[in-house]
Design a protein around this ligand. Structure first.
Ligand code: ADP
Length: 463
């Protein structure tokens, strides 16, 4: 099977979030499974393709996967991908509709006839529309079908209606794009793609509700006959405590005493009281409303009166201020780092006893899977991908792999954390059994790639 993956960011070439991780790792997993894959992304500043011409550049990843970088120096040679600190680029409609159109043109030029065009998020959501128009005129794409993966419904690609003429689409497509008197790329992709999926099964249900549908819940419900969810995965070449050079002491499920050594070194390095009996909690995330920073901040004074907390994150200014003032008021047990720091993130996953993920919504979430591998017990809100991956120990002692709370509130977060501490302090044997169990769970890309392969097969199967 031939597949093309279209994405506005692909690791390691350009990354602002989880989208790049997925579209960087999935092609490799698909190639392993025997598929012929190409990847399309824009040629941004700082990308140096192995070969390049006027229209596009090419580099190779994996064994034989071509990454094709669509070139338009006017659109893509900029300091950021989508926005500067003062806001979105005003020509994002032009930039990403061009990417969609041009990618199809180049596909034809390089004579690659895919059965599946796999689009990701709003930036590539117009591909099903341009494809439909092309299909009417020429046989090249006759057997091509489209899949649109939604990584985060909060971003939709919304533009004023009067920009429709810049899209080079027949006039009758305006109503496909239109909702709430604006153009909406994601809405159009949802309507026109042959299939849609989200990055966890639960999120595919949640987005059909008013609470989590970001205004597209009705459109999603109407299209629910072609909507499913596939859980993301993590890369165990990057996240593996037995091989991790960032952490103090390497360890695995059979050497958990080394995890305690990591904790003691961390406490010492970051001026926390060095004591293995003190419960050490970690947070690594974007400081955004999505991540539940509101209830975390509200819970912190109480958490800090009993436990040690380390937070690594960067994002919205209001959260930087809030957390900084808490750090001033509670200097004792709080280690706060307002930045992006890969090395420190690894140290935190390895050193803390438990990891807090109080998200308001969560399309998939990777940090609970990373925590598992590092034998760090996650304390999470039951939402989106967190619900699909973390079984509550309080309810299932055999399979439980974390502590789960339901209501979005500081007291629920504190209650779940207290429960975890109770087990940690009163029944270390059971605590260690959970640690061993979670560090052996498998959330690898090979399994997720197989899930995508099955989905592709069902999309191309004759109706
Ligand atoms: P999202 O994609 O919504 O930000 P995910 O949980 O899917 O959330 O992925 C976040 C990834 O980014 C995780 O690997 C996490 O460890 C990492 N990360 C988030 N913030 C930071 C930070 N400040 N420093 C280092 N790594 C971070």
């Amino acid at each position: 099977m031939k597949v093309v993956i279209f994405s506005s960011e692909v690791f390691p070439f350009a990354k602002t979030g989880g989208l790049a991780d997925v579209t960087g790792a999935l092609p490799l997993g698909l190639e392993e499974a025997g598929l012929e894959v190409k990847v399309f992304m824009p040629l941004y500043k700082n990308i140096k393709p192995e070969v390049v011409n006027e229209e596009f550049g090419v580099s190779k990843i994996g064994k034989n996967i071509e990454v094709i970088f669509i070139r338009n120096d006017n659109y893509y040679l900029r300091d950021y991908l989508y926005n500067t600190p003062s806001g979105d680029y005003p020509d994002n409609l032009e930039r990403f509709s061009f990417f969609c159109r041009k990618s199809l043109e180049v596909l034809k030029k390089v004579e690659f006839q895919p059965q599946i065009l796999h689009c990701n998020d709003w930036q590539t959501a117009l591909i099903p529309l341009y494809l439909e128009v092309l299909k009417n005129n020429e046989p090249f794409f006759r057997n091509s079908k489209t899949l649109l993966t939604i990584h985060n419904l909060a971003y939709q690609g919304i533009f004023p209606l009067d920009k429709f003429k810049l899209l080079n689409l027949p006039q009758d497509y305006q109503e496909v794009l239109e909702i709430y008197s604006q153009l909406n790329f994601l809405k159009a992709g949802i309507v026109k793609a042959n299939w849609i999926n989200t990055v966890s099964p639960t999120y595919s249900q949640e987005i059909q509700t008013r609470e989590y549908g970001c205004g597209l819940e009705d459109v999603l419900r109407e299209n629910s006959f072609k909507l499913s969810g596939i859980l993301n995965a993590i890369d165990y070449n990057v996240w593996e405590p037995s091989k991790d050079n960032y952490i103090y002491f390497k360890y695995g499920p059979e050497s958990l005493e080394k995890k305690i050594e990591n904790k003691l070194s961390f406490q010492k390095d970051f001026s926390l009281k060095v004591d293995k009996e003190v419960f050490l909690l970690g947070v690594v995330c974007r400081l955004a409303e999505q991540k539940g920073i509101d209830i975390l901040s509200e819970a912190l004074p109480e958490l800090l009166s009993n436990y040690q907390v380390v937070i690594l994150g960067t994002g919205e200014e209001r959260y930087h201020q809030k957390l900084s003032s808490l750090a001033e008021n509670f200097p004792q047990n709080f280690s706060l780092h307002l930045k992006f720091d890969e090395s420190l993130a690894h140290k935190i996953y390895a050193s803390v006893d438990a990891f807090l993920i109080p998200s308001r919504f969560e399309p998939c979430g990777l940090s609970q899977m990373i925590s598992f591998r590092y034998a760090t017990i996650p304390i999470v809100r039951a939402i989106g991908g967190l619900k699909d991956t973390v079984i509550d120990y309080s309810q299932d002692k055999e399979k439980g792999c974390g502590f789960v709370f339901y209501e979005y509130g500081a007291s629920s977060l504190i209650e779940a954390t207290d429960k975890a501490f109770k087990l940690f302090s009163q029944d270390r044997k059971s605590w260690e059994n959970i640690q061993k169990r979670i560090s052996r769970l498998d959330f690898s890309w090979s399994k997720t790639a197989r899930d995508y392969l099955n989905l592709y097969n069902s999309i191309v199967a004759p109706d």
